[in-house]
Design a protein around this ligand. Structure first.
Ligand code: UGA
Length: 367
C-alpha cells in the first residue's frame, strides 16, 4: 500500500494556487513543507510556521547549485506549480513561455524519476485547444462528443504555429507526454492536473497597483471596475469558460494526497461544468455583484465595450472557444465533487479585491 506523503516540496508556492495549497497544508502540523519561489507576498502570514521552509529563489538557481536535487531526494511528493500561465504572455513572450512551461519543468521531473518521487505536475485545460465543434462549419455544439473534454479520449487540437497563443498549451502537451513516458518506462509515480479557470482571492495582480501588464480576465474586469473604466470584451466575449472555486480545487488535491493509489499514474480534469458562462455573461455578473459589494448601484450599468483580440493581445492570439470538463475520473477515483456555485465564487473574490484595492490609489507608471 502506498502511504500518504508527509514531506512536501512545492515549486511555485508563492503563486495563486500554491498560496492556497500551502495554507491548507499548514492546517496539519504533522506535515512538513519546503517551498521554492522568489516571491512570497501572498503567503506573508505563513512565513513564521515551524513546519514551512522556503527557498526564496528562482528555480534555475536552486537547480544550478544542487539545492533542488537535495530537496527532491528528501521529499515524499513534489508539486510543480512554477510556470508562466498568463495568456497575454503566450503570444508576446513565446520563448519565455516555452522555457518556463517545458524546459524548466524537465529537470524537475527527471529528478523525480531519478529518486522515484511522486510528482503532481500542473498542466492546463488549454491543452485540449479548440473544440472539434468549432472546426465544423455551422455546428453549434450539437453533440457533447464534439466539445466535452475527457482526459483519456479527447484529441488535443491546436491552431497553426504562427498563432503563438498555443506556445503555452503545446509546451504543456510535450511536458505531459514526457511525464507520462517517465511513468510508463521508468515507473515514476505522477499525477497530472488540468485546471479549469480556478478563481478566488489573490488570483492575479491589479495593473497599475501591484503589477504591470495584462492579467487574466477576472483581474482585467476588476481593474476596470476599480478604475471606473469600461470592461473590455475580447472578440465579443463569446468564448465560454467553466469557473472552479480555488477551495474546490484545493479539496481535489488533498484527496489526491490522501489516496495515492487512486491518484498516481493518472491525469485529472479539475473543473466545474455546472459553472459555465460566456465571458460576456461573466462581465455582466461581475458588475452586478460589484454594485452590491461596493454599495454603489450605478455599477449595475458599468460600461462594457467590445475590442478585437488583435488590439487587446496583439498578433498571434487565438482563443479556446469552450472548455467543458468531463470530471468522471476525479469523481469516481477521488470522490471529488465541486461544491461552489458561480455567484458565491465571484462574491468572495470580488469582496477580496474590493477590500484589498479600493482604497489603494492607482500608481503612476514609471517611464
Ligand atoms: C488561462 C490559461 O491559459 C489557462 O491555462 C488557465 O488554466 C486559465 O487561464 C485559468 O485561469 O485557469 P483563459 O481562460 O483563456 O486561460 O484566460 P483569461 O485571460 O482569463 O481569458 C478568459 C477569456 O476572457 C478569453 O476569452 C479572453 O479573450 C477574455 N478576456 C480577457 C476578455 O474578454 N477581456 C479581458 O479583459 C480579458
Amino acid at each position: 500500500m502506498v502511504k500518504s506523503p508527509k514531506k512536501f516540496l512545492l515549486l511555485g508556492l508563492g503563486g495563486f494556487i500554491g498560496s492556497h495549497l500551502v495554507g491548507r497544508l499548514m492546517t496539519d502540523p504533522t506535515l512538513e513543507v519546503v517551498g521554492v519561489d522568489p516571491c512570497v507576498t501572498k503567503i506573508q502570514h505563513l512565513l513564521d510556521r515551524p513546519n514551512l521552509k522556503i527557498h526564496q529563489r528562482y528555480l534555475d538557481d536552486v537547480l544550478a547549485d544542487g539545492t533542488l536535487e537535495a530537496e527532491i531526494r528528501e521529499a515524499d511528493i513534489v508539486i510543480n506549480l512554477a510556470a508562466i500561465c498568463n495568456p497575454a504572455e503566450y503570444n508576446t513572450r513565446p520563448l519565455a513561455t516555452i522555457k518556463s512551461n517545458l524546459f524548466d519543468a524537465i529537470p524537475v521531473v527527471d529528478l523525480c524519476a531519478k529518486y522515484n518521487t511522486w510528482v503532481i505536475q500542473f498542466s492546463t485545460c488549454e491543452i485540449y485547444g479548440r473544440t472539434l465543434s468549432s472546426y465544423i462549419e455551422g455546428d453549434n455544439y450539437s453533440d457533447p462528443a464534439l466539445y466535452v473534454q475527457n482526459e483519456e479520449t479527447t484529441p488535443l487540437v491546436m491552431g497553426p504555429i504562427a498563432n503563438q497563443r498555443w506556445s503555452y498549451a503545446a509546451s504543456k502537451t510535450v511536458l505531459e507526454r514526457y511525464v507520462y513516458a517517465l511513468g510508463d518506462e521508468m515507473k515514476m509515480p505522477y499525477t497530472v492536473i488540468r485546471p479549469y479557470n480556478f478563481f478566488g482571492p489573490k488570483m492575479d495582480f491589479i495593473p497599475g497597483r501591484d503589477g504591470d501588464g495584462v492579467p487574466r480576465v477576472l483581474a482585467c474586469f476588476m481593474t476596470a471596475l476599480l478604475d471606473r473604466e469600461p470592461m473590455k470584451l475580447v472578440d465579443g466575449g463569446n468564448a465560454f469558460r467553466t469557473i472552479t472555486s480555488i477551495h474546490d480545487a484545493i479539496d481535489s488535491m488533498m484527496l489526491m494526497v490522501e489516496k495515492p493509489e487512486q491518484a498516481q499514474f493518472r491525469i485529472f480534469n479539475i473543473g466545474n461544468k455546472a459553472n459555465e458562462l460566456t465571458v460576456a455573461e461573466l462581465a455582466e455578473r461581475m458588475r452586478v455583484i460589484y454594485a452590491e459589494v461596493s454599495g454603489d448601484p450605478t455599477y449595475r450599468d458599468h460600461p462594457i465595450e467590445a475590442v478585437t483580440s488583435g488590439d487587446f493581445y496583439g498578433k498571434g492570439y487565438e482563443d479556446c472557444d469552450r472548455r467543458v470538463p468531463d470530471i468522471g475520473l476525479a469523481e469516481t477515483l477521488l470522490g471529488w465533487k465541486p461544491q461552489h456555485g458561480i455567484d458565491g465564487i465571484l462574491r468572495e473574490t470580488i469582496q477580496y479585491y474590493y477590500d484589498a484595492y479600493s482604497e489603494k490609489p492607482r500608481q503612476l507608471r514609471a517611464g
